[in-house]
Design a binder for this molecule. Sequence first.
Ligand code: AVJ
Length: 329
Amino acid sequence: PHSSISNPKNEQRTTNNEELAEHVRQGLSRQPKALSSMYFYDEVGSRLFQQIMALPEYYPTRTEFEVLTRHRAAIAQALTPADGQPFHLLELGAGDGLKTKILLRELLAAGTRFAYAPVDISPSALAGLADSLRAELPSLQVEPLTAEYTQALAQLQGQPGRKAVLFLGSNIGNFPPAERQQFLGALAAQLSPDDRLLIGFDLRKDPRQIRAAYDDAQGVTAAFNLNLLTRLNHELGADFDLAAWEHFAEYDPLTGAMRSFLVSRRAQQVHVAALGQRFEFAAWEAIHTENSYKFTLPQIEQLAAAAGLRVQQVFQDEQQWFADVLLAP
Ligand code: AVJ
């Protein structure tokens, strides 16, 4: 079984801040400037993301919810080892686990023997998930782990026993193409022949619908993106003037790249105390803060094949907006 990383909160905060500072130093020194969407998910960011998932424009969550609801019996069966041996259900980027609970309930109802190991970068989201699971599914064995994907992969290395890995929500869309392929290859390398992988992919659709999902009328997504700067102000002693920045989101239907930016409304300098450094921004210069790639089914086939994985089943919603793809080594 997986052992959880024991990591006292204080220790973790220091480590993360050093990593965050180094990330910001590099990201704001390069041209074009970029920061990783990984850092969106502090406590406020995780709460804003929960609000995003409930927005009328943000279709991915409720669409994948439909996919999992429709196909829950087939998916649960496909994830369970044929010989009924107990297994670990590992979830990368579990978040609030709302969609996963459909599968957890289905597995428990079938009397399946498994432990659920949700991995997430947000300690607050993970604690909320663990609490809700204790209350709603008290018989479920839960082994939460606060970690980045790469740390979770390292944890997987040499773990005995069967595993099924969930990577839902189109979280895979955050990777640019080369890193996506590399990550899937590294994940595949940790799987044994009887292990399974279920990945959620947001599919290509009306470009206007995609763009609207990342630029909602209420401005929740804008607040989510801008919160990254607030986080840097709090955790690194930066002095970003929030009024001087705006959220901008654009979809490229040729590549499927949905990209979000923070745009500097004027020429300005920003001081980051933790780095003892100033960064210059020209008027209308952008920081690239997120990729949310959209996919085609042939592209998914190709991605899987290049990672040495077979596509076993593709589960979709009625409108074919989203696909949960079952992969095997
Ligand atoms: C959690 C990465 C799947 O890219 O759609 C939502 C995050 N960003 N709105 C996505 C997000 C802006 C989301 N993922």
